[in-house]
Design a protein around this ligand. Structure first.
Ligand SMILES: Nc1nc2c(ncn2[C@@H]2O[C@H](COP(=O)(O)OP(=O)(O)O)[C@@H](O)[C@H]2O)c(=O)[nH]1
Ligand SMILES: [Mg+2]
Length: 413
């Protein structure tokens, strides 16, 4: 069966990793303003918000996911998150929890780099004013780069000799060298393909080796920039600078502390709020809502501030959009395996689209079957309308994304 997709949250100390993780999950990662609050890598479940297939067929009222949730056609699909322990400058030289951090990172398919866009924490995470967060973006890239490059260079002489002696392909040798970073042959092939006219491995000089490492990072660590602490007045000018310098990066403006606060107010019945939107309603806005409590003046002022400084300016706290941006980078498509293709129900009951898994766009449907059921023998695969689908047909958004697998009886082990 295939591995789970993992999204890693990284960033310097006090950038807001734990707060973001709290906002993305129900877990309670420790929040603190000092380095190393998070000692162990912290796995948690986040929810990727997608438009559920139930809305396509007007079956929202019958949609009851086995995992996650579906509210009126907006579905939260569980996705694994990894909070990586505090990375400090020169981690690749073993500083802090350096090498441990870096090897934890390899488990991730995609990174969300939490950047303190307010410039109120320095490179080490200590309180300051006017720090330039551009440094943090270069720094994280370099940290990973020098770590991988250092590991390769350490044994490059023997790698080369062995490569020549065994007459292996460049891809095979690099697979042996880079596979340890949780990268398969296909991914490493994609990295090598990024370099035009790649010479044979025995002719690589230092510069070529560096190019290979950069290319590898591009495919192994696609990165979403979370420009966090947008509620802070200093953040604006920094964001403009970052977007100007990295126009091709996927950046999401974010205020994770606001999201955490709003969810707390929801839990206490002070507001109605749909995460991912700009809409916050109080008793004043919805006087007929029996569940809402009265809000005193002090709290009302805070809510007004949040509306002005975050929600109305940026359209949302950005937290929901973070996972959506990561899913876009990874080209994830939600796929719904159903038992009965005529009404989309499961093994029992009349609720629909019980299951939903995330797979890379372009995945053959047979791989989807293996991912769900392991090594079974498939008799037939059906799509919407009972249409037969070939094993090698691929999955895309809205295409071959609702599937019913008919097994050969007794083939399931
Ligand atoms: N103003 C502001 N502060 C934040 C935001 N997110 C986190 N913080 C604060 O930044 C500090 C460090 O946050 P934490 O999540 O512990 O950072 P970590 O070390 O990266 O896990 C805490 O004091 C948080 O309250 C935000 O969106 N806005
Ligand atoms: Mg933390």
């Amino acid at each position: 069966m295939g591995r789970e997709i993992v999204i890693g949250l990284v960033g310097k100390p006090s950038s807001g990793k734990s707060t973001t993780l709290n906002a993305l999950t129900d877990a309670n990662a420790k929040v603190g303003a000092f380095p190393f609050t998070t000692i162990d890598p912290n796995k948690a479940t986040g929810y990727l918000e997608i438009d559920c297939a139930c809305a396509r067929f007007g079956k929202q009222d019958k949609c009851k996911p086995n995992y996650g949730y579906c509210r009126n056609g907006k579905r939260g699909v569980p996705i694994m998150l990894l909070d990586v322990a505090g990375l400090v400058p020169n981690a690749h030289l073993g500083r802090g929890l350096g090498n441990k951090f870096l090897s934890d990172l390899t488990e991730a398919d995609c990174l969300i780099h939490i950047v303190d866009a307010s410039g109120t924490t320095d490179a080490e995470g200590k309180a300051t004013r006017g720090y330039d967060p551009l440094n943090d973006i270069d720094w994280l890239q370099n940290e990973i780069f020098y770590w991988i490059l250092g590991n390769l260079k350490e044994r490059w002489g023997s790698v080369k000799r062995r490569h020549i002696a065994t007459k292996q392909t460049t891809l095979e040798t690099m697979r042996q060298q880079l596979g340890g970073y949780v990268a398969n042959k296909k991914l490493i092939g994609q990295a090598l393909d990024l370099i035009p006219d790649l010479p044979p491995l025995q002719d690589w000089d230092d510069e070529m080796l560096e190019n290979v490492v950069r290319a590898f990072m591009e495919v192994k660590f696609p990165t979403v920039l979370s420009l966090n602490k947008m509620d802070h007045p200093d953040a604006d000018k920094n964001v403009s600078k970052i977007i100007l310098k990295y126009p091709k990066s996927k950046a999401v403006l974010c205020s994770s502390i606001t999201e955490v606060f709003l969810r707390k107010l929801v839990a206490q019945n002070f507001i109605k709020y749909d995460p991912g939107t700009e809409f916050v309603d109080t008793k004043e806005d919805l006087p007929d809502d029996p569940n809402l409590r009265d809000v005193d003046e002090k709290l009302m002022n805070r809510i007004e501030n949040i509306r002005d400084l975050v929600l109305y300016r940026f359209g949302s706290t950005g937290v929901v959009q973070l996972l959506q941006a990561a899913a876009e980078l990874l080209e994830l498509v939600p796929v719904y395996p159903v038992r009965h293709i005529n009404n989309f129900t499961g093994n029992s009951g009349d609720s629909v689209f019980r299951d939903c898994i995330l797979v890379k766009r372009g995945t053959p449907v047979i791989s989807v079957a293996r991912k769900i059921m392991g090594d079974v023998t498939i008799a037939a695969i059906e799509g919407v309308g009972g249409m037969k689908i070939g094993e090698e047909d691929t999955v895309d958004v809205g295409k071959n994304d609702i599937l019913s697998f008919k097994l050969v009886p007794g083939s399931k082990t």
